[in-house]
Design a protein around this ligand. Structure first.
Ligand code: GLP
Length: 240
């Protein structure tokens, strides 16, 4: 597992956009695994800027998102469906039918998750999976647990995640469940790029890089991935 430390989140976003751009130059029909949350926002802005400048195109790209809340209307302002459209999809030439998020309201969550994993396989697998990390070390919504998960599944969110994310939910209460790519799904990606910024992520990053590989800190599994890169700002890297 490699990591790079940046002086600013702007520089980090430029470097992350470069990684995506390099892939898209080589493979116009790349399969991207995407993340939500604050961490990737600047990278998405930079990708939109490069699209507007005519430097990249998403016309043949396929995307799969890491996770989605359960029991939240698809068009709710806090759904990850809305997030992805507002922060990336609405601003580039990606085809709606090539974007995939799990349906958090699916009647059969198990079936929905299994179908999602099958679709990823059918698409040829994920070329680059972008990740953020939770303060408790979660990736996607893979919360600290006794075992690493395999395929995508429905998860009960930990109180620490509810506390961290409930700031976004002013009207409706934050959902207690989500659908997430499993650790096994994430680990199948050919390349993984994780963004962590701010001191609140410092302990998770220390555990990810210096700690043992344990499902109590799910991000630590990246030590076992052959091509995982962590992009950090100085604050997130402050305990290394
Ligand atoms: C959220 C998401 C994750 C995200 C993480 C960090 O709960 N489920 O996919 O990477 O927590 O979020 P942020 O980037 O806002 O700190």
């Amino acid at each position: 597992m490699e990591y790079r430390i940046f002086a600013s989140t702007d520089e980090l976003a430029l470097a992350c956009a470069d990684i995506f751009m390099e892939l898209l130059k080589e493979k116009k029909n790349a399969v991207l695994g995407l993340a939500t949350g604050a961490s990737p926002v600047k990278t998405y802005q930079e990708l939109i800027r490069r699209y507007e400048a005519g430097e990249i195109s998403f016309a043949d790209v396929t995307t799969f998102n890491l996770d989605e809340y359960c029991d939240l209307p698809k068009n709710d302002k806090n759904s990850y469906y809305t997030f992805m459209h507002e922060n990336l999809f609405n601003h580039v030439d990606i085809k709606e039918e090539n974007t995939h998020l799990m349906d958090g309201n699916a009647a059969d969550a198990e079936l929905e998750a299994a179908a999602f994993d099958a679709l990823i396989e059918e698409a040829g697998g994920i070329d680059i999976q972008l990740l953020g990390v939770g303060r408790n070390g979660h990736i996607g919504f893979n919360e600290p647990a006794d075992h690493f998960s395999d395929g995508s599944f429905k998860v009960k969110l930990k109180q620490s995640t509810i506390d961290a994310n409930s700031i976004y939910f002013d009207e409706n209460p934050m959902p207690r469940y989500a659908l997430t790519m499993g650790i096994g799904t994430i680990m199948k990606a050919k390349k993984i790029v994780l963004i962590a910024t701010g001191e609140k992520k410092a302990e998770a990053i220390r555990a990810a890089i210096k700690g043992e590989v344990t499902p109590r800190c799910p991000v630590s599994i990246l030590q076992r991935h052959p091509d995982a890169l962590l992009l950090l700002d100085k604050e997130a890297a402050s305990l290394l």
